[in-house]
Design a protein around this ligand. Structure first.
Ligand code: CTP
Ligand code: MG
Length: 239
């Protein structure tokens, strides 16, 4: 990877409230070991040699951010998030568009995924940097998949051979991604990831297989699992 210039920017949506987590504070501020989930995530991203810096979206009234003590030494810019994840990402992209070239690669990564491995980021960059659209990390579905109605009655079994869990980072070119998200919003599509916005334009991002420990902390039991994975992977790199 030494021949690749370090001009990849990370975008971190961190303006959510973590309602499914049912904790006393947003999940990105829950603690694993000596630091918050968000600090782990930022350390993972900025430890990667090709990431030039981070733009992070925070909630408008975020009382927790000022208390963080382990922030990375690479450039870190804050913007105010929006009503949904896609609005928060778009605010970050608008910030970058003022200073970076339109074809800059952007890696959007959930604040709530603190276990992302440097090797998975390597694989994503290697697969996407010459790709005309970009791509995302994910893992194939292993369980048998059922489609159910709203009452919980099983309707049928879905062929899982083409199904993947979408993860982050998701890597796209700055101007293409901003355009795609803007068009999705104009069509009132509240996309839950960046790839969906590209797909809505008829584009085909590439899926890059990740390690299964790149979990998103979503429900209460996920925090202990993330702590276990971080411990297994060794101490997080200090920023
Ligand atoms: N996010 C954001 N702005 C929003 C909503 C979500 O920046 N308006 C961020 C979250 O902080 C998180 C990421 O998007 O890092 C993925 O979203 P999700 O896991 O859904 O987090 P929350 O929305 O906080 O959780 P929940 O849906 O359970 O309320
Ligand atoms: Mg959410």
């Amino acid at each position: 990877m030494t021949d690749v210039p370090a001009n990849f920017w990370a975008v971190v949506p961190a303006a959510g409230i973590g309602s499914r987590m049912r904790a006393g504070k947003p999940k990105q501020y829950l603690t694993i070991g000596d630091r918050s989930v968000l600090e782990h995530t930022l350390a993972r991203l900025t430890a990667h040699p090709l990431i030039a810096g981070v733009v992070i979206a925070l909630a408008e009234h975020d009382d927790y951010w000022p208390g963080l003590r382990h922030l990375p030494v690479k450039p870190l810019h804050r913007v105010t998030g929006g009503a949904e994840r896609c609005h928060s990402v778009l605010h970050c992209l608008h910030y970058l568009q003022a200073t970076q070239a339109p074809d800059t690669w952007v890696l959007v990564h959930d604040a709530a995924r603190p276990c992302v491995r440097s090797t998975d980021i390597d694989n994503l960059i290697l697969r996407c940097r010459d790709h005309e659209v970009g791509g995302l990390l994910g893992i194939p579905v292993h369980d048998t998949m059922k489609r159910c109605d709203t009452a919980g009655a099983v309707l049928d079994t879905v062929d899982r051979r083409q199904l993947w869990h979408a993860m982050t980072p998701q890597m796209f070119r700055l101007h293409q991604l901003a355009d795609a998200l803007q068009q999705a919003l104009a069509r009132e599509l509240l996309v839950t990831d960046e790839a969906s916005a590209m797909e809505a334009l008829g584009l085909h991002p590439v899926m890059v297989e990740a390690t299964a420990d790149n979990i998103k902390i979503t429900r209460p039991e996920d925090l202990a699992l993330a702590a276990f994975y971080l411990d297994q992977q060794g101490a997080p790199p200090c920023a």
